[in-house]
Design a protein around this ligand. Sequence first.
Ligand SMILES: [Zn+2]
Length: 306
Amino acid sequence: DYTIGWVTTTDEEYRAASWMVDQVHLPNSPFRQLNKRRKFNYQLSRVGNHFVAISVPILGYILNAADVIDDMRETFPQIRFVLLVGTASGVPSLGNDERPDEQCTVPDVRLGDVIVGTRTVVPCSGEAVEPPETELEGGNTRAIFTTITEFRRRLSSGVDTEPSVTAMVKQKCSRDRRFSRPHLPSDRLYRAEYPHISDRCECLIPTARQDSVTVSRAQRPPNRQLEVHYGSVCAVKHCIRDALRREELALENDVLCFIPGIDDMTDEIDCLPILGISDYADSHQYSRAWMEYAALTAAVCAKEFL
Ligand SMILES: [Zn+2]
């Protein structure tokens, strides 16, 4: 019986997930028949000691996470909880100059880092993000994260997952170089008031670095390039590609990242988002490599938890 659902919505997320599988289970004939009728396909597998059903995206398409979760619950009634493992847009630390209310406790989220969502803030209406006049309201946000006993126990014991995640990422990257860690200079954080300028934006020049438009951040020590953060995530209908909007939502809701496509999640779902950061929710263009690397760091982190 498959008790854990592992949701991937893009091809690279699925590839990364498939590398974490210890044993692939071939579906029996009733399941194959069932799979034909369902909206989504699933890879049945064993990860560690758990029987896990992983959603299989259609090549070139991005699945809607909420739809997959609904379908997964119907297909596998024994599922105890769902891991949403993928990439997300992060809320970076801008330092005290730009965000005066920000305390030093705001996590320093960078590309490739992993966010474990201990709470998911869901906008009250499905349109909370697109039209600027609809705001997220504190009173209408819902915590969909309910107790996931095993994970909570690990979180509360303060396990430092970073070194093992880094080691495993290195090992897995040898399978496909596209998933290896991109060069650090491509992790550029632009000031919120510097939007993307088509044709001549600083982000389009590989080596350029205008300090006037970027936020300067201290280098991390070589053995701590990847951090795992725990905190609130914001479920939104569409991707956010606007740094000022990001700042607004982050300040109001105290969230570390945005996950698109799950704004209409239902209350009763026990879902733990484990998300690799592939961009900063601004309008700039990012190297695709961060998408693949972030998918991998999230998958490795998810396996660590199981
Ligand atoms: Zn740009």
